[in-house]
Design a protein around this ligand. Structure first.
Ligand code: ZN
Length: 522
């Protein structure tokens, strides 16, 4: 949509029954600068507070802090008494979490969410509040957002006034921190997921990968242990229907996230998604039994077009969830109450090839120069070339284990206990007296040579053996029969590729020939 068209659309909203007409003229920093600049933390706080003050169904609060002590804005939209988790959960409505700026050079979501909030306040989509409560976190990596440089994300098409950096102030990639929880930001959002308990969550990014012809790409949770009903609803219904609605309204093509390449040793190009591990936001939410959705605007579309594409995606997803809220909530409730004990779940996974090739729409770009730095920026051309290739968009579990009834965490593993509690996992005192358990007897430990996110990742080899044990009085019991059972399995199994052992939190306790310190009870 051109800028002219979007202004007419906004004017149309004023005419059709504005809720708070006074703020119809409010503009984001991106809009005020004709998309040369993106909002600072102060801009976002000011903008969202003005909107909240004008509308009794919009509440401004915060949900934690960044490393440098910035309070993380959270705008709660809906018919609730106040912005507390208790009020949101008591509403009985579908709760949807919308997050921008986890990678603070990828600012399209931060801008789109502010525009959407204003448009809601001026009369658009008022029906949403009958079925949903929205939790809007426009500026999750707020410290990264403030580190603006004209050289960040160099080939992306603006904003030419610069954008923030990818990592947080500690240098961590927040979209690799959902399992290990090293950052205050990740602990803040895990706490939000536990306390507000959103059913659906959108994480808004911008991709600078393959030069494809999609205005936006998306992904459902990719871990093979994701509840099948969540995967089915997203892949068979929500995402295809949203894609069609966007095509009808805007003429844009949206598709599953991927990059086109031939892997080493092959000359066959495929369409490869990213990674199944729950260190990524959408995959993590899948293991929490929630509808986690990744959104990736296309870096070589203009900044304005990226913001509008992101806004269109969020709007269509919200329309869909509004129309199917009972079903969404029922699937979540079923996943939370279904016992996993005795099931076979995956510890690791590999990409799975699609049954047949698909036409992937490839694009082209022109080179332009950044007007101030002279660096090359790429701009999408409006062309599409269909290229037939196999998709590698799902994962197959490679190592499987039978899910136990729970795990025994001995005393002295404080890093493990603190992190389990930060995820919202329920811990209990260990049962008294002798019991039959299993210990993972280590044959060897492989430690990665290069650290990743300041951790030397470890792969454990060994086998489970029966043990008759008497837990110490201060040991902890972590039952699988709780809503976060899938997450507990991924965090505590010794061979899990994203668990506490993988991240090295148990390194001091691991010796070949000895037992992995966390026991399980079959
Ligand atoms: Zn990103």
């Amino acid at each position: 949509m051109s800028r002219r068209a979007s202004i007419i659309l906004i004017a149309g909203c004023w005419a059709c029954g504005p809720r708070s007409p006074g703020i119809g003229g409010l503009r984001t920093r991106a809009e005020l600068t004709e998309f040369r600049e993106t909002s600072s933390y102060a801009d976002v706080v000011a903008f969202t507070n003005i909107v909240a003050a004008a509308d009794p169904t919009i509440h401004y609060t915060t949900f934690g802090y960044t490393t440098e002590g910035r309070a993380l804005p959270l705008i709660v939209v809906g018919e609730v008494a106040d912005a507390t988790p208790e009020a949101v959960r008591a509403s009985g409505k579908t709760v949807v979490y919308l997050q921008g700026d986890i990678h603070a050079g990828e600012v399209c979501g931060k801008e789109a969410l502010q525009m959407l909030l204003r448009e809601y306040a001026t009369g658009a989509h008022r029906e949403w509040s009958s079925s949903m409560v929205l939790l809007i976190a426009p500026i999750y990596n707020a410290d990264g957002n403030e580190r603006v440089a004209l050289t960040n994300r160099p080939r992306q098409h603006g904003p030419i006034g610069g954008m923030g950096q990818r990592p947080n102030a500690q240098g961590y990639d927040l979209n690799r921190d959902h399992m290990k929880l090293d950052s205050p930001e990740a602990r803040s959002v895990a706490r939000l997921f536990t306390r507000y308990d959103p059913h659906v969550a959108l994480d808004l990014h911008t991709t600078d990968g393959t030069r494809h012809a999609y205005h936006l790409t998306y992904s459902p949770p990719l871990h093979p242990n994701t509840p099948a009903e969540i995967d089915d609803l997203l892949r068979k219904r929500l995402l295809p229907e949203v894609t069609e609605a966007v095509r009808d309204a805007h003429g844009w093509e949206f598709y599953y996230y991927g990059n086109a390449f031939a892997p080493p040793g092959s000359d066959e190009r495929g369409w490869y998604t990213f990674d199944h591990r729950p260190r990524f936001n959408n995959n993590y939410l899948g293991l929490r039994n929630r509808f986690g959705i990744l959104s990736e605007a296309y870096a070589y579309a203009t900044f304005e077009e990226r913001v509008l594409a992101t806004r269109a995606f969020v709007e269509e997803v919200l329309d869909w969830v509004h129309a199917h809220g009972d079903e969404v909530r029922a699937i979540v409730a079923r996943a939370d109450s279904t016992s996993l004990v005795g099931d076979s779940l995956a510890l690791r996974a590999v990409p799975r090839r699609s049954g047949a090739p698909t036409d992937i729409l490839m694009g082209e770009v022109d080179e332009e120069r950044h007007p101030l730095t002279g660096a090359v920026m790429l701009r999408r051309r409006d062309v599409r070339h269909a290229e037939s290739m196999y998709e590698y968009g799902t994962f197959e579990g490679t190592d499987r284990e039978r899910v136990p009834s729970g795990y025994l965490v001995p005393s002295g593993l404080e890093e493990v206990v603190i992190r389990l509690e930060a995820h919202g996992v329920r811990l209990e005192p260990a049962p008294a007296g002798e019991l039959d358990a299993e210990a993972f007897r280590l044959d060897s430990v492989l430690t990665a040579e290069r650290p990743f996110q300041e951790h030397a990742e470890q792969t454990l080899f060994g086998r489970w053996e029966p043990r008759r044990v008497t837990p110490a009085p201060d040991a902890r019991w972590v039952p699988i029969e709780q809503p976060l059972g899938r997450l507990v399995f991924a965090l505590l199994e010794p061979r899990s590729d994203d668990g506490f052992a993988d991240w090295g939190f148990l390194a001091a306790a691991l010796e070949p020939g000895a037992d992995y310190p966390i026991l399980r009870v079959p």
